[in-house]
Design a binder for this molecule. Structure first.
Ligand code: CO
Length: 139
């Protein structure tokens, strides 16, 4: 089941500048900065009520965010929904004809298991499913 609009992911060129801008915009600083080596991205998270804003900047030319920003302007990169059983949702979406970008859930930022749905399957929007990893499983 989809339970929450968890976050909006924004692709940015300059993470420091975007962090400063969003700190002013939201009237509060981020609660977390995290490098995700597997994605070659640096992320910054802001809490806004029950949802979050995730700023993403690529840290290598191979990063999906770097490639994205070579073709498109800064802005909304993906929409992330919290789900309570990511494997069950992946199976349901596959059966419904959606193209998933991950065979298996993978570890994402902010202690989540994540899977992405191809934008072509979802009216041009890259959709992220995420499920919180229980604190006892944290590395
Ligand atoms: Co995200």
């Amino acid at each position: 089941m989809f339970t929450n609009l968890e976050h909006l992911g924004l692709a940015v060129h300059d993470l420091e500048a975007a962090t400063a801008l969003y700190t002013t915009l939201l009237g509060q600083g981020p609660y977390k900065k995290e490098h995700v080596a597997s994605e070659a991205v640096d992320t910054v998270f802001f809490q806004v009520g029950g949802s979050k804003i995730e700023l993403l900047a690529g840290t290598s030319p191979d990063s999906a965010i770097t490639k994205y920003l070579s073709k498109k302007p800064e802005g909304i990169h993906h929409v992330a929904f919290e789900v309570n059983d990511i494997r069950a949702e992946m199976q349901r979406l596959r059966a419904a004809g959606f193209t998933l970008l991950n065979e298996e859930p993978k570890r994402g930022a902010d202690n989540k298991l994540v899977c992405f749905v191809h934008p072509k399957s979802a009216v041009g929007v890259l959709v992220e499913l995420c499920q919180s990893i229980p604190p006892t499983d944290h590395e």
